[in-house]
Ligand binder design. Structure first.
Ligand code: HEC
Length: 389
């Protein structure tokens, strides 16, 4: 048996970027142009992410759909050609999968931090739910797609044997038509091809804990896309923190668990605050009032000392880290639009402002003589970086 893992990544590459497919003209005034492969089973998810990011940034999304199925040509990915096109047509190409354990980005390309977790899943009818390959009875035929990673799993699991299909759609169809009692496919394909689409109540999907089963989804960009990539990452992280990202990715994929941070090489040099002084954005009276309002409205989930409970910690190096590259306005937007989690946007404006003053104070920002306002907090681009013990 000869299995070619590399082929899998290249196949994904062909899906992500069909050379020559990115020919639409850039509309005037749009800030970021994004390419989405309409043949990718998760393209609806990518589209939702782009639209939410654009909304976050207060712009319209300029989305170019292209068919990346790479009909006929096995070597459809042409890095050089893409670099040229990426510079002029597409700032970002969404939907590129990278193996989570040791994945690489095509040479000459760069990638954003992952905005989704994708991977291979075990699909079984609900009536015979199996969570792992070991749970399947001896002699079970399991459908897999030609030249994809799950072809490798049969060696380690002698209880199952392979029934190989040319496409994910046919692999899934074999389970739907009861030819096979299980299948291993790319998660987004299972969602796309199971009857009932996103609901698929009659089937169970379980992530496989096997080699090359766990993938990150990134956006690719060329040398001209660095700014767009940084903005994209920042917006995705805001969406992740507010819980919106998870909703956008369901049911195709999962959100990354850890904060999405700029790769070290991409981190813009932090604006050196004059003499290391931090600006005074709020008054001590606001922070005092905020302390009380926090105790009444937030502490039950975020802890009496902002240490985190049901909700994340709102103080300290993990919350306000320089790497997360967050600004006061980003956090205030989350607080005023999404919190308290059970009753979003339910508090008066001045109460939100006071709570924000308290959060800033607790993260080491100084009080001053000018009061923080609702609009001022919302538009503030002052970096929120913890400076305490
Ligand atoms: C019922 C529980 C609950 C209450 C009450 C609540 N929160 Fe949250 N909060 C959460 C949860 C859960 C998250 C994480 C959401 C996610 O990431 O999906 C969160 C996230 C946040 C975040 C983003 C933090 C980060 O690092 O991702 C901030 C800021 C925040 N809350 C502030 C507040 C403030 C201020 C209040 C009071 C006005 C408040 N929350 C009330 C549950 C709550």
């Amino acid at each position: 048996m000869r299995m070619n893992i590399a082929r899998l990544s290249r196949r994904a590459l062909v899906c992500a970027v069909a050379a020559g497919a990115l020919l639409a003209a850039r509309p005037a005034g749009a800030t970021v142009s994004v390419c989405i492969d309409s043949s990718n089973p998760a393209h609806a998810m990518d589209q939702r992410v782009v639209e939410a990011v654009a909304h976050q940034q207060g712009t319209d999304a300029a989305i170019y759909q292209f068919d990346g199925s790479g009909a006929g040509d096995d070597d459809g990915f042409d890095v050089k050609r893409f670099s040229t096109l990426a510079a002029s047509r597409c700032a970002l190409v969404l939907g590129f999968p990278v193996d989570a354990t040791h994945g690489a980005v095509p040479e000459g390309m760069r990638a954003t931090a992952p905005y989704a977790r994708m991977g291979f899943v075990l699909v079984t009818p609900r009536s015979q739910n199996a969570e792992t390959l070991a749970d399947l009875p001896r002699g079970t035929d399991v459908a897999v797609t030609y030249l994809t990673a799950p072809n490798l799993y049969f060696v380690k699991h002698p209880n199952i044997q392979a029934d190989i299909y040319p496409t994910d759609a046919q692999t899934i169809a074999s389970v739907v038509h009861h030819t096979n009692r299980a299948a291993m496919v790319w998660r987004a394909s299972a969602v796309a091809y199971l009857p009932g689409g996103e609901k698929a109540r009659d089937y169970c999907l379980h992530a496989l804990s096997e080699p090359h089963a766990d993938w990150n989804v990134v956006a690719l960009y060329g040398p001209g896309g660095a700014t767009a990539a940084a903005e994209f990452q920042k917006s995705v992280e805001t969406l992740r923190r507010s819980g919106q990202l998870a909703a956008l990715l369901r049911p195709y994929a999962m959100s990354p668990a850890s904060p999405i941070v700029l790769a070290a090489a991409e981190t813009p040099a932090a604006a050196p605050a004059a003499g290391g002084e931090k600006p005074a954005l709020f008054t001590a009276a606001q922070a005092d009032a905020g302390k009380k309002a926090y105790a009444d409205n937030c502490a039950q989930c975020h802890g009496d000392n902002l240490e985190g409970m049901a909700g994340p910690a709102l103080k300290g190096k993990n919350f306000a880290s320089p790497k997360a590259n967050f600004h006061v306005g980003d956090i205030f937007t989350i607080v005023s639009q999404n919190m308290p989690a059970t009753q979003p946007a339910s508090l008066p404006h001045d109460v939100y402002v006071n709570i924000m003053a308290f959060l800033l104070q607790q993260n080491g920002m100084p009080a001053g003589s000018t009061a923080l306002t609702f609009d001022g907090a919302k538009s503030s681009t002052v970096p929120l970086v913890y400076s305490g013990d």
